[in-house]
Design a binder for this molecule. Structure first.
Ligand SMILES: C[S@@+](CC[C@H](N)C(=O)[O-])C[C@H]1O[C@@H](n2cnc3c(N)ncnc32)[C@H](O)[C@@H]1O
Length: 181
């Protein structure tokens, strides 16, 4: 992933977290090895959650904002009270979560009404590339449990979150989706 980080991903991470409010309690879902930690807004605190203990162990060695706790949890069953965060985000996560709809419902529950939720995801692109990604996904789901043809923005909308903006990038293969609860 390192060349992709240098080429565009690091910049897109910064764009994604740039939509989050400063000085707020934030939930990150699927934090992985903590590649987003350096882009958290000023005064951010809260929880970076992740399913894999191995990923969390690597993340725990990274510099992170003060007051950011690492918690092992499944995006589909978040161990937090209703409205316990002012904002939430995820980057490159909902291609591998088994039921994105369940996870979006959980995010809607744990983020306070009016709060911001941002996603940076690879999705099924529009046009001729769509069927190509359907075919690709046939293999990637079997080999890496990674879906290359998810219509994530539609699924976010169907979950009842208000989609404020869908910024299509790289031929629409990536979407930066900004929502409010
Ligand atoms: C491609 S990695 C992205 C990691 C990180 N967000 C980043 O941008 O570098 C996908 C991450 O989602 C996590 N993940 C997959 N399914 C999950 C679930 N159901 N709940 C929470 N995290 C999950 C994986 O363990 C993995 O760390």
């Amino acid at each position: 992933m390192r060349p992709l980080e240098r080429w565009f991903l690091a910049r897109w991470r910064a764009d994604t977290l740039g939509h989050l409010p400063v000085d707020s309690r934030i939930l990150e879902v699927g934090a992985g090895t903590g590649l987003n930690f350096r882009f958290y807004p000023h005064g951010a605190h809260g929880v970076a959650s992740e399913l894999s203990c191995e990923m969390l162990k690597i993340a725990s060695d990274k510099a992170k904002p003060d007051g950011l706790e690492l918690v092992q949890s499944d995006a589909e069953l978040l161990p937090f009270k209703d409205a316990s965060f002012e904002a939430a985000f995820a980057t490159l996560v909902f291609c591998s979560v088994p039921s994105p709809a369940t996870a979006f419902a959980e995010l809607r529950r744990v983020v306070t009404p009016g709060g911001t939720i941002v996603f940076l995801e690879h999705v099924r692109p529009p046009g001729i590339l769509g069927p190509v990604f359907d075919l690709l996904s046939f293999f990637t789901t079997r080999v890496f449990a990674d879906h290359f043809n998810r219509r994530t923005a539609d699924c976010v909308r169907a979950s009842g979150l208000k989609v404020l903006k869908v910024d299509q990038r790289f031929l629409g293969i990536f979407n930066l989706i900004v929502c409010s609860v």
